[in-house]
Design a protein around this ligand. Structure first.
Ligand code: FES
Ligand SMILES: [Fe+2]
Length: 383
């Protein structure tokens, strides 16, 4: 019985290869690894510490060496495959917790602290990943490392230079497929969910354009009409009756009146888990009740407070909704469902197209170089 046999109520949703409908495909698709992905808040990784980060089932040990340089290596000791993410950082090396095998900054086995019984030290090299820091986030390139420098990282002009806007990143893990999160942030039909905070109101879709790599959407909507933060919005300087947003694969952003913007970066951990990094940024805040703007240096502290009191509680509403949608999908994926927002159809189509392109490229590479692929998958000859 196949995983998507609709007569078997215990069968889960279909794999991408088995999926038939657009929704089935969107909910099974991965994201193309050949982009830069945000994996963690920069300040969360202290000098000398290591942690696991995961991209679509691939575990990576991310560590900050004792000089402060971030490094990423596959999360597997070449000896007995114990995860290096439970290991120890020494200088610029990562040391396996079990027998103490040491790997240098290039992932090469560089030391074994016990008797080798007369044998040579095995020649082992683990895969390493390009790592960068930008906008308070750590980014990893999970695709072919040789291509990393040709692939641009997200560039946000408003967060560059001396006049940069105020921003304090927010990170969440959501137990839902990444496509549900992209649907959620780009689809303004869920005003009902946010009836307490009212971040948008009476949304009407006014533009929907798809290109090869993006979907651009505009809504006429009243932005930020509810909650305490509504009093901080600089309505004299910003048009808050309108919002542009985009799914600029694999990232998502919005823009309200060139004054309030956000970028969302998703890290697809696996089919039902996604880490999300939100960069809300603001050009100015007005002093409630007065025709004055807050000085720039006060904006980060205000955002930090607003993140706690307003932004995170609002995003938790979305998190709960997406997790509930995931639960519903796992149980009822085979039931017919209706999607009325054409923007959602367009986002899903882009996710599916990009994943199909990635799979096709991967298959082509495998057929061009099958031997190399086999060698890559074998454990190093350490025995
Ligand atoms: S498993 Fe890592 S050193 Fe033995
Ligand atoms: Fe929402």
């Amino acid at each position: 019985m196949s995983a998507n046999d609709k007569s078997d109520p215990s069968a889960g949703p279909p794999s991408f290869e088995q999926a038939k409908t657009k929704r089935e495909k969107a909910r099974a698709a991965g994201l193309d690894p050949s982009y830069w992905y945000a994996v963690e808040l920069d300040h969360a990784i202290k000098k000398g510490s290591v942690q696991r980060v995961t991209f679509w089932g691939t575990h990576v040990a991310l560590y900050r060496d004792e000089r402060g340089v971030l490094r990423a290596v596959e999360d597997r000791c070449a000896h007995r495959h114990v995860p290096l993410s439970i290991g120890v950082v020494q200088g610029e090396r990562i040391v396996c917790q079990y027998h103490g095998w040491e790997y240098d900054k290039d992932g090469k086995l560089a030391g074994i602290p016990h008797d080798l019984f007369g044998m040579q030290m095995p020649k082992c090299k683990l895969r390493t990943y390009p790592v960068k820091v930008r906008y308070g986030l750590v980014w990893i390139f999970f695709g072919d490392a040789e291509r990393a420098e040709q692939v641009p990282m997200p560039y946000i002009p408003d967060l560059e230079g001396p006049e940069k806007w105020a921003c304090v990143p927010v990170a969440f893990t959501v137990n839902a497929h990444h496509s549900m999160i992209i649907d959620n942030v780009s689809d303004f039909t869920h005003e009902y969910l946010h009836r307490k905070f009212r971040p948008f109101k009476d949304a009407k879709l006014t533009k929907l354009e798809s290109t090869d790599d993006a979907v651009y959407v505009s809504y006429d909507t009243k932005v930020g009409t509810g909650g305490v933060t509504a009093h901080f919005i600089d309505r004299a300087a910003a048009d808050t009756d309108h919002m542009d947003l985009a799914y600029q694969y694999p990232y998502q952003w919005s823009n309200t009146g060139n004054h309030i913007k956000h970028w969302l970066f998703v890290l697809p951990i696996d089919r039902t888990t996604t880490r999300t990094f939100y960069l809300f940024h603001f050009k100015s805040f007005k002093v409630p009740g007065l025709p004055l703007r807050f000085p720039r240096q006060l904006m980060e502290p205000i955002i930090r407070t607003a993140n706690r009191t307003h932004v995170q509680p609002l995003l938790v509403e979305d998190k709960i909704a997406c997790e509930a949608e995931q639960e519903g999908w796992e149980r009822h994926w085979s039931e017919p469902s209706a999607e009325v927002n054409p923007a959602v159809h367009a986002f899903q189509a882009l996710t599916i197209k990009k994943w199909e392109q990635h799979l096709a490229r991967e298959a082509a590479q495998r057929s061009l170089n099958p031997r190399k692929r086999e060698l890559d998958q074998e454990p190093p000859a350490a025995e």
